[in-house]
Structures are given as C-alpha cells and as structure tokens.
Design a protein around this ligand. Structure first.
Ligand code: PLP
Length: 433
C-alpha cells in the first residue's frame, strides 16, 4: 500500500492547475519538500503553526497521551487532557467564560456557537423560538460547513452552494477603515454610523428575530486583518444587548495569542457571550477548536435544566486536547504572547518601511503577528485588481539570497467578497528577526 509513493487519488482544489509541493518534513518555521526546497512558512499555514513544525515537547505529550488512551467516546467518558484543556481555556478568560466545548475544526466550532445561541433562546423560561436569524459582516469568513458558510462573505467559496445554505444571516458593513471610513469622518463618527447600521438591521430583520451578531474580532482570511477601531465592539455589543441578542466573537484565526493578547477581545473593552477559537489552539499538532461560553449564559442553561442537543464522535478528542494543552503551556511558559507583540512591532516597521511606497500596495494593517498587505491597481481610487488575474493562492517569494523560499498566503475578497487581493504575513510566534 502506497509503496510507489504518492499518486493522484486525493481530491484537492486546483492542484491540477497549480501542482502542490510534497512536504516531507518540517523543522522550526521551515517546511522541507521532496524536491529539495526549504520554505519559510511566513503564514504559519494560515495562522495555525504558531510553534513551528517540529516541537518535540508537543510531540512527546501526544505520544504519552496515545500510550495511555488514544480515543474514547465523548458522550460517555471524560479524559484528563480534555478536562485540563477546558480548565485552561476557562481560566484564561479571567473568569468571564465558564464552560468550553472542544471540537475538531474552526467551522465545527462556529456551528456549535450558532446552535448554542439558538439553544439559549429556546431554553428560556419564556422561550423565543422566533429567534432564528444571525447578523454578520461584509468580508467575513467563518468556515466552510453549511451553517458557517451562511455567515461568510467569501463569495468564491459560497456561491456554488447557495442553494444548500440556510438563508438565516444578513450582513452589515465591516469595520474596515481602509475601505469604509468616509472622507473627513472621525473614527468615533465611523463607530456611531456602524452601530446605527446594526441597529437598523435589527429593525429590518425584526427586533426579536435575531439570535446573535457574529464577527471576527480582527478580520481574517477574507477581509485581510480588518482591525476594529476603538469603541467599535462596545458599541456593537450595546446594540445586541438592546435587542436581547448575543455577541459571538470568532477568534479562530486571530485568537490564542496571534494579535498580542491571548484573546483578541482583551484589547477591545468587550467580553463576548460566546467565543470561538481554533487554529492556534492546537498549532496544527492537534486538530482542535473550542467554543467558550460566558458564565451568565452557562447559568441560564443550568437554570433551564435543558441540555445541549449536540454530539460529535471526535469532540473532546484526547490526543488533540493533549496537543492543545502542551501548546498552550509552552506559549505561557515561554512568554510567547509578549514575543508576538515585540516581533509584531518589528514586522510592522519592516513591512511599512519596505512595501508601503510600492505603487500597488494600498494598505498595510495588522496587530501582533497578524499582518496583511493589500494590493490595488490604483492607490488613489483603491481599485482592486481584476479577479481574472487569479492572484488567489500561495505566493512563494524567492528568499533573499538565503537559499530558502518564503511562503505567503494570498487571498482575495477584501473588496466585495470576490475582488480585492492581499497577502497575509502571520509567522509562527517563535520567528526571529
Ligand atoms: N473562522 C475563521 C475566522 C476562520 O478564519 C476560519 C478558517 O480560516 C474558520 C472559522 C474555519 O476554520 P476551519 O478551517 O478550521 O474549519
């Protein structure tokens, strides 16, 4: 089986047009391919591999877990690694969140968050079954499963499946200063305008029909690190509270230290009702994600005495949890979140000093080790490149005389969900200057 080496049996997107390199090994922040190339992964595989690719402590923790038990059914048994990871996550929120659900991917966790929001309203003493709608934002990306696609605005990935997607979400403008701030408008005025837009959307959809407003705390792959301006999330949360709806913050990409605090919301003067984390949680060693549930919501669930009607075979997976636990232990022990801030300052300065003057670079924005360089045809008009150019994919920049290549994740959709190009620079937390 497989003795002749890899064939062509796996169905991938686009690999006929753009053949992918065969990765044989990883070392530190590098991937090594079968054709002898060394690739510095400057995007951590899209904000995942924050500890690089061959952390031996994590490997050991996973081997230990496997030699104890590799799997048991999450509906009938507990394991120490899953319990400990949930404790770690809850404690990391300074007591604001009091329960964690552990899932296998960001998309699954987003689905769980939507279902928890729905469950909250149906478990109230006076249930609100008419709450079936969600409000999201332009340029959003929340995952590839059907419920998560409902929320997303990455049209290239969404349009082919529109007929399968529940039409339960509507959209307000993202907090994108580059594309959204009007001439002469202050950031405070921008926030007021966006909050009014959300308020109007609640009114349009029906004030008692919305379960939650869902947003990435810092925009990710589709919007290209769109940063909230000061006061934005408190204002949006106030509108949610006015209508009794929840605030769900999706930190699958921007969370777990990526933006310079463990949780991106820590910088926003807001505490979500439900929070979703993924990617950096297991750093690619374990396929693990989580939904953190605010303690007031947990209290409400507990008062109702009704359970959460959800179950998946690979929830709370002990091997993935052991990986996540060790990854988080290392991030804490080695002060890597601080390092993200320090290296982020350096990265910002280098990106801006070398690229901002380029005629096709419209904007450079980000926080921590989460940066985006947005390309435009024209700096004045901010016109995006035509989608026919097909810039989407992985960029391999030739590595500056060092003998390696640098991989950058190039995505599109910043402009209208189709057009607009940027590349993300989000290296592992262990990166050096
Ligand atoms: N939410 C956000 C903000 C993401 O960036 C992603 C993936 O890029 C997801 C959810 C989906 O996560 P996954 O690809 O692990 O299912």
């Amino acid at each position: 089986m497989g003795s002749k080496g890899p064939s062509n049996s796996l169905l991938y997107k686009n690999f006929e047009k753009h053949p992918a390199a065969l990765v044989e090994s990883g070392s530190g922040i590098f991937l090594n391919t079968s054709d002898g190339r060394q690739i510095l992964d400057a995007t951590s595989g899209a904000a995942v591999a924050c500890l690089g690719y061959d952390n031996q402590e994590v490997q050991k923790a996973m081997i230990n877990q496997m030699s104890n038990v590799s799997y048991c059914h999450p509906g009938f048994y507990k394991t120490k690694s899953a319990e400990d990871l949930a404790d770690f996550l809850v404690e990391s929120t300074y007591g604001h969140m009091s329960k964690a659900v552990l899932c296998g991917s960001g998309s699954e966790a987003v689905e769980v968050a939507l279902k928890l929001a729905k469950t909250y309203f149906s478990s109230l003493a006076t249930p609100e079954p008419e709450r079936t709608r969600f409000i999201t934002r332009t340029g959003a990306w929340h995952g590839a499963t059907l419920g998560a696609l409902t929320l997303g605005d990455f049209k290239g990935r969404k349009d082919p499946f529109v007929s399968l997607i529940p039409q339960t979400a509507s959209r307000v403008s993202a907090c994108s200063t580059y594309r959204g701030l009007r001439q002469g408008e202050t950031e405070d005025e921008f926030v007021l305008r966006l909050a009014q837009e959300l308020d109007d959307e609640f009114q349009r959809v029906g004030p008692n029909k919305v379960c939650a407003f869902v947003a990435e705390t810092v925009g990710g792959s589709a919007s290209g690190c769109a940063l909230p301006v000061r006061g934005y999330f408190p204002a949006m949360h106030a509108v949610c509270k006015k209508y009794g709806a929840l605030l769900i913050l999706d930190e699958v990409m921007c969370g777990m230290g990526r933006t310079g605090t463990l949780h991106a919301w820590e910088q926003e003067d807001v505490i979500p009702d439900l929070q979703v984390v993924g990617k950096g949680l297991g750093a690619g060693y374990g396929t693990i994600s989580s939904v953190l549930v605010n303690s007031w919501l947990v209290d409400s669930f507990q008062r109702s005495g009704k359970g959460f009607a959800h179950g998946q075979t690979y929830m709370s997976h002990p091997l993935a949890a052991a990986a996540g636990l060790k990854v988080q232990h290392i991030i804490q022990r080695d002060n890597l979140v601080e390092r993200v801030r320090e290296m982020g300052n350096y990265l910002e300065q280098r990106l801006k000093s070398t690229l901002l003057q380029h005629p096709f670079v419209g904007d450079i924005r980000g926080r921590g080790l989460f940066w985006c360089v947005e390309f435009v045809v024209n700096k004045e008009t901010k016109e995006p490149f035509p989608t026919s150019l097909g810039l989407n994919g992985l960029l391999h920049a030739r590595g500056m005389s060092k003998g390696y290549e640098i991989a950058l994740f190039n995505a599109n959709g910043t402009y209208d969900g189709y057009a607009g190009d940027h590349f993300l620079v989000c290296p592992p937390y262990i990166v050096s200057e």
